[in-house]
Design a protein around this ligand. Sequence first.
Ligand SMILES: [Ca+2]
Ligand SMILES: [Ca+2]
Length: 550
Amino acid sequence: MKTLHSLLAGLRPASLIARRIAVLLLLLTAGMVVVQPCAGQSGTWTATGGLNTARYGHTEVLLSNGKVLVAGGYGINFLPLASAELYDPATQTWTATGNLVTARAEHTATLLLNGKVLVAGGWDINFVPLTSAELYDPATGTWTATGSLITAHVAPTATLLPNDKVLVVGGEDGGTFLASAELYDPAAGTWTATGNLSSAREGHTMNLLLNGEVLVAGGYDGADLTSAELYNPATGTWTATGSLKTMRRVHTATLLPNGEVLVAGGYNDSIGYLASAELYNSASGTWKATGSLAIERVDQTATLLPDGRVLIVGGINQFSGELASAELYDSGSGSWADTGSLISGRAFHTATLLPNGVVLVAGGEDGPPLASAELYGSDGNGGLTLVSTASRKKHGDAGTFDIDLPLTGTPGVECRVGNGGTFRQSIVFSFSEPVTSVSGTTTTTCGTVNSTTISGSTVTVELGHVSCDGSDITVTIPSVTGASGSVDASATMTLRTGDVNADGVVNNKDLKEIKMNVGRGLVNENNFRDDITVDGKVNHGDTTLEKSKL
Ligand SMILES: [Ca+2]
Ligand SMILES: [Ca+2]
């Protein structure tokens, strides 16, 4: 798949699975039907500065300094590149940075905890599989060789583990699909083997789960795979988990905030290009179908947005070639919505969520390699996205303290006393860019809206009469407008006075926690939840109120 157009042009082939898909594509294009995606309903695509070098099959990593590093890939002559570039979101420009020690494509790139970037494997400029690995230092803008992989891996997957080691899995060595896995230790600069998968895999996906295990799913070992495996970093072992509903390779897999993994699209030899999607439940180790993409796609990107939705961009299928369309997955409804058209169709590109909530999509191929880049969700100046919401109360002389209200999943618990008109209660909405206007705020279940105030990129709603203890309250501000458009924003909290540890019940555990903090002066960021009377101190008033709620 990966070097599809170089294959069609009879140029140098790349990975084994790429060759297998390309052959099928040639057979299918005989009866070609062009399907135009629907017009965009929401979401904005705008051009940003172009890369200095057109490329696809490169890597893209958000650095800890907020810039984006692009490295290697296939260039205009379909040969692996040594060049690397930095994107600065503030100026929307790309500048060259140091060249890789070794030109490479279909490698991996991983941000380490120390801020350096590890690049490993891939093809070299003669299409020899690489064992070499190198480190990029953002402080100096240079690359230096580090220890080499035990086995050359082309198109493997790589994941930073919580222990700061990097797990590199599968791919191929130029002739054989690989079941091997290796661990890179940044402290030693060396690689060690860490067990074999039960199946060799290329075109698979890999995700670090919330429980610290690593899920590897699907791919190709000469035949398409439904199987999936779990890696336990503590033991260095692999075990089988539930199998995908549909065998697939070159799909995407995205960890959702609720811990599920969304797998979408891809390809298999019996169906061809896939629109189907499925969800992995790590608690049960099982997969279930979810809504299908509107358009079959392979070699697309998937990016988790700050609001919990997943943005799928571009890719390719047999009907339309490189796709300019994009779709958004809503895990609440399990459905997809069209979200506008890119300026250019593109496949085998990269996509990165920037700190301001905008998604940078760079390079790829639309026949030839692309230098162009685009931003999603904005006019290029930041984009209007809801970034976070919080419940804010003033605790006497100790100041104000916020309880985070997650945008998706289980609502945040407001454990402090309902105001009934007496105590101030605000809901704070933070956006990715300055807000210019909002329209009528509403609240469900209980509470009146005293005021709605805009300050920069923050909208603060002050509520009165929040007296429905035990209920969920949703505050909605429709049509929050900034320079790059409008969104409807809402925040939900569970009002459960006395549930200071937010475990869903009010019981002696909460009372014990309050008692532990009695008499420590003014409350701080660590113990303010125990001051349920919001007077600034954890004291007798809190234990009395807590006992009345047990
Ligand atoms: Ca509790
Ligand atoms: Ca108190």
